[in-house]
Design a binder for this molecule. Structure first.
Ligand code: ZN
Length: 515
């Protein structure tokens, strides 16, 4: 059998926002992306807001929704026990599409793909968490020496730690992070090019995490919306998101120079970035006031307690910041929620909220599923979900008179499947036109609170897929879904997508040369 010379290269620009890419490439600020868009097919990837940030990459590489792959947050609820643990990418309930490619003898290289891990059952060269934005374990690779090789040649990834989320961050922190993100982008580009040239491949996929981090931390300066704690904003902070996109564009240009005319390139982002206007922090108190979550008499109110703030207040000021700096976010979320869960009277609570940093996640205390379930499956469950949804959709910000909840998604409806019980029951999508610091429950009751998350940017449901290469027709106006990527790649290699996949092969402007 002769090997087909057809190849595919995917470069993920993690959480790069399509509207910014359109604006800046049209203006000539991102020349590589401008060129690729003019010659290739630019497809907006949209969903209705029900896909949480952590579910994006698993949805992309499995071609399935969270009801089948089971990933919804970095600190998910543990089944059969009301506690929370840090996500392990191994918990993904579906295989990535590159398993299908390898079965067809395709040689794969997979580098820093978020939420993935080196699988022992593959021959592919796999490197995980060397320089991803969200890291779940120390860097690892298969074969093991691949990582050693990268570290010896290129050193450790420059952006080593995520900035702390729940304390104010200083000008120095932002300066350091900016420098690390720019250095990280350049180093990532060098490693990608070296891996591409170092051994043969049919399918190569890598992701740049820097656009994701830049969007979360520098949005306030980019949007110029009164950065917290800054009287004067250094000019380079306002351009950091653009500077990181430009650095990624430059590396992309160098990568494109090396590809041959048998290679199709896909530049990909599954979600965008905008202001961090979310209201999940008000939900525990809403549930308490509605007596849907009931506190344990011995411990008082079950509203999420910021144990960290309390602990910090007991320490000398010079120690306070370092305390949270050295606790990874996942650990802090975990401890905070452990505290909250221990204060819940399970015999009287019908609903409880789950850790999040974006969509609100609610879980029904369901009989037969939770250890101390009180709500009967069937009509009682359905009526309760309906009632909660209607109540949440009525919440208004009394300052503006506007509603704060755009939609409440029922997992039962949007994500049915074998992993459905690992997910929340209700997911709350927020109106994102301004900060949510207050909610009017009814005439008498108001809930107030500032978002305890120092990140000024958060996700929107808009991503993109930019195809470029032989057989790709030009086009600017088409739309697709993140679930369509896996079936499209399999179709590109002449494989029939498995029936369990929920997406469809993207057609229209893409007509592959090798069908
Ligand atoms: Zn994010």
């Amino acid at each position: 059998m002769t090997r087909s010379s057809q190849r595919m290269l995917i470069i993920g620009l993690d959480a790069a926002d399509p509207a910014l890419i359109e604006k800046w490439s049209d203006a000539g600020i991102l020349p590589t992306l401008q060129h690729l868009r003019s010659k290739g097919a630019w497809i907006r990837l949209n969903h209705g807001g029900e896909f949480s940030s952590a579910s994006i990459w698993p949805t992309i590489f499995t071609g399935t929704h969270p009801g089948k792959h089971g990933i919804y947050h970095t600190v998910p609820i543990m089944q059969g026990d009301v506690s929370f643990g840090n996500l392990k990418p191994e918990q993904c309930g579906q295989p990535p599409f590159w398993c299908d490619l390898e079965r067809q003898d395709k040689r794969c290289i997979l580098f820093d793909i978020p939420f993935s891990y080196p699988r022992a059952d593959l021959n592919a060269l796999q490197i995980s968490d060397w320089g991803s934005y969200e890291r779940f374990a120390p860097p690892s690779s298969s074969p093991g020496e691949a990582l050693t090789d990268i570290v010896q040649r290129f050193g450790a990834y420059p952006f080593a730690e995520e900035m702390v989320r729940d304390v104010p961050v200083s000008e120095r922190d932002f300066c350091r992070t900016r420098a690390q993100l720019l250095a990280g982008t350049a180093t990532k580009g060098r490693v990608v090019k070296w891996l591409m040239s170092n051994r043969p491949w049919d399918f190569f996929m890598a992701a740049f995490g820097e656009p994701h981090a830049a969007g979360h931390y520098f949005w306030q300066f980019h949007a110029n919306n009164h950065p917290r704690g800054f009287s004067h904003v250094p000019r380079e902070f306002a351009t950091t998101i653009q500077d990181v996109y430009r650095a990624a564009d430059r590396e992309l240009g160098r990568i494109v120079e090396t590809i041959d005319n048998k290679t199709t390139l896909l530049v990909l982002s599954g979600q965008g970035l905008g202001p961090n206007y979310v209201g999940w922090h008000l939900i525990p108190e809403v549930l308490t006031k509605l007596r849907l979550t009931v506190g344990n008499q011995a411990h008082g109110n079950p509203v999420r307690i910021d144990w960290l703030a309390k602990l910090r207040s007991l320490l000398p000021s010079q120690w306070r910041r370092s305390l949270s700096r050295y606790l990874p976010n996942g650990v802090r979320d975990y401890l905070r929620l452990r505290w909250a869960a221990s204060n819940i009277d399970w015999s009287q609570s019908q609903v409880f909220d789950l850790p999040t940093d974006s969509l609100g996640f609610l879980r029904v205390n369901l009989k037969g599923r939770e250890p101390n379930g009180v709500v009967e499956p069937g009509k009682e469950y359905d009526d309760l979900c309906q009632r909660i949804s209607e109540t949440l959709k009525q919440l208004v910000n009394p300052r503006t008179g506007k509603k704060i909840v755009r939609e409440v998604f029922f997992t039962e409806h949007v994500f049915p499947g074998p992993e459905r019980n690992r997910l929340p029951d209700l997911m709350i999508c927020w109106e994102d036109d301004e900060a949510i610091d207050e909610a009017q429950l009814d005439e008498m009751r108001r809930i107030r609170g500032n978002l305890p998350d120092a990140r000024s940017g958060n996700h929107n449901p808009h991503g993109f897929a930019l195809f470029y290469g032989p057989g790709v027709g030009g086009g600017q106006a088409s739309e697709g879904h993140i679930m369509d990527i896996a079936p499209t790649i399999l179709s590109y290699f002449g494989l029939k997508p498995p029936t369990y996949m929920d997406g469809k092969t993207l057609g229209g402007t893409i007509s592959f040369a090798y069908k």
